[in-house]
Structures are given as structure tokens and as C-alpha cells.
Design a protein around this ligand. Structure first.
Ligand SMILES: [Zn+2]
Length: 313
């Protein structure tokens, strides 16, 4: 299975305003869409709810996308989103339930959130040409959005305290391959914290074919089928001039039964509420940054027709 992987996709705030003025297809460049749709399945982290209801939670940033946002996802060929993150619950449980409704109506699966604890922890099962991929979503923040027995919410785990049994069990689930997508660690960091590396090792031992995290807003290095952070994909965020959260990557993972056969990435430029392929100096910066970040883990990078191929050490 050829899997496309992207990180934080925030379709609220100014992105929502853009969606009010322009068609849903306008948020992504046609060249990028063409490349993304080349995959059998596209999975990204939806860093907002999709609803017209609810009231914002008492926090600094709250993100709610209009129903039209789901058409942007459909246009990109997104087949599954992860909702275990610190923004899915920004507008309360009704808005989260609306999110499930809009995704379901569009034929998009989700993992990492549900109408109750059991549903939230249950992996999404995707099948393409007979190949079955389980997608597991988990977040180590925000605890206040955690699903409970009778309460909708996200799949929460305090990963600093280790990988809980339920998460290992979900990872071990019977499928041809398992993708675990943790939303973990602090924002605006350029490398994973020690507890994230420990959790990733544990998840790999439990049977994760691929671990692809997010939350930092910038991409991290790669080690043993672990993408500590895939970075951001689409948003309206302020740009850090050093960390360059406006320069990202779209990953492509070729999965076989229980193995990652090939991993490559295409450089992205996140413009304000619109994303396109990166070129020139931007692409060169991304290449250098990914090479250095991977080198820290002994992972090499080579180039193949404008794509960055990650070579396991
Ligand atoms: Zn987040």
C-alpha cells in the first residue's frame, strides 16, 4: 500500500474565513493534489473540529472549521484523519460529534476520537486492494478532551509515564500493517524528547509498522520507521523565522506486510491558508534541515527526481 502522510491540518480561524470566500479546492495547489492523489490512502492529522455548533473552550487558541472544509479533504483524496489532538474538542462534544458526522458523510474514516472511550481507542481499519491498514490515534495532550466511558472525546495517554496496555493492544491488532499516529510533545521544538523516543521504541516492539507523530509544527528526524514529527500541512499560523514552520513535507510510505519498504517525502510551502509544493531556496532549506535532523539518528537521505528518499541506516 502506498500511503501519503501529512501532519497538522488546521482548517479553522483564517482558513475557515478563506473557505467562506473561496471554493474548498482553493486551499491546495493543483500540483500538490495530483501528487497526493497518487497514493492509495492519504492520512493526516485534523487539528480542529468541523461543525457550526458549540462554544469555544477556555483556552488561547480554539479551532473550528465549517462543513465545507471536509470538501478540501475529499479533494486531496484523504481517506482517514486522526483526531487525537489538543483541538478536536475545542468547541465541545456536540461539535466533536458533528465532526464525526461530516467525516462519515464524506466517506472519510477517523481514528483517535469517538463517542465514548472504547470508540476513541479503536483503530480505524482501511482496506485498499485487499491490504488492510490499522490506524491508531493517540494524544498525550489535552487531557481535558479525553473520552470517558459515556463521554465523547479523544484517545488520551500520558506517554511520559510509558505506553499503556490499551495502546499496545491496539497496535498489536490483526492487520497487514499498523500506523500509530501520536500527537505528542511540545510545540515548536526541532527534535523529539527522550520520552517520545522511548514510547516510539515501545510501539515498534508492540508491532507498529510505522509511527508518524505530530504536534511540534515542524518536522523532525526519522529513525527506525519512526517519523517523530511530520510537521504541519495547512494552517494560518504565525511563522517562526528560525524553525520555519511554513516549510513542510508530505511523506509517502510504501507498506508491505508488517514492513516499511520505502519512505520518501516531497517538500511543501505553507502559505497563509494555502499549501503548495516548495521550490528553489525553500526546497533546498527543507532538504538541508531534513538531512541534518535525520543524521542525528544515523539515518541518511538521498534525492531522487526532486523527492527526498529516506534511507535506513
Ligand atoms: Zn496540536
Amino acid at each position: 500500500m502506498r500511503l501519503a502522510l501529512a501532519g497538522d491540518t488546521m482548517l479553522g480561524r483564517s482558513v475557515a474565513e478563506t473557505l467562506g470566500r473561496r471554493p474548498p479546492e482553493a486551499l491546495v495547489d493543483p500540483e500538490l493534489v495530483e501528487i497526493a492523489r497518487d497514493a492509495d490512502l492519504f492520512v493526516l492529522n485534523l487539528e480542529c473540529c468541523i461543525s457550526e455548533r458549540g462554544t469555544p473552550a477556555a483556552k488561547t487558541f480554539t479551532f473550528r472549521a465549517p462543513p465545507a472544509a471536509v470538501e478540501t479533504l475529499v479533494h486531496l483524496g484523504v481517506g482517514c484523519v486522526t483526531l487525537a489532538n489538543n483541538h478536536a474538542g475545542d468547541y465541545g462534544t456536540d461539535a466533536l460529534l458533528d465532526t464525526f458526522h461530516h467525516l462519515h458523510a464524506a466517506g472519510i474514516a477517523w481514528a483517535g476520537a469517538g463517542a465514548n472511550l472504547e470508540e476513541a481507542r479503536k483503530p480505524a481499519l482501511l482496506e485498499r486492494d485487499g491490504f488492510r491498514l490499522a490506524v491508531v490515534g493517540v494524544a498525550d495532550h489535552a487531557r481535558e478532551f479525553a473520552a470517558e466511558d459515556e463521554r465523547p472525546g479523544i484517545a488520551y495517554a500520558d506517554l511520559e509515564q510509558g505506553v499503556p496496555d490499551w495502546l499496545e493492544d491496539a497496535t498489536r491488532r490483526e492487520s497487514d500493517a499498523t500506523l500509530v499516529a501520536p500527537h505528542w510533545g511540545p510545540n515548536m521544538t526541532s527534535a523529539p524528547l527522550p520520552y517520545m523516543r522511548a514510547a516510539a521504541r515501545r510501539l515498534r516492539e508492540a508491532g507498529a509498522t510505522l509511527v508518524a507523530g505530530h504536534s511540534a509544527h515542524v518536522f523532525h528526524g526519522i529513525e527506525d520507521s519512526v517519523l517523530y514529527d511530520v510537521g504541519d500541512f495547512l494552517d494560518d499560523y504565525a511563522i517562526d523565522p528560525l524553525l520555519r514552520n511554513d516549510l513542510g513535507l508530505l511523506f509517502f510510505a510504501e507498506l508491505g506486510r508488517g514492513e516499511l519498504r520505502r519512505l520518501e517525502a516531497v517538500p511543501l510551502k505553507l502559505e497563509y491558508t494555502r499549501t503548495r509544493l516548495a521550490g528553489g531556496e525553500d526546497a533546498a532549506w527543507i532538504r538541508r534541515r531534513l538531512r541534518d535532523a535525520c543524521a542525528a539518528f544515523g539515518t541518511e537521505l538521498r534525492e531522487d527526481g526532486g523527492r527526498l528518499v529516506i534511507v535506513s541506516s
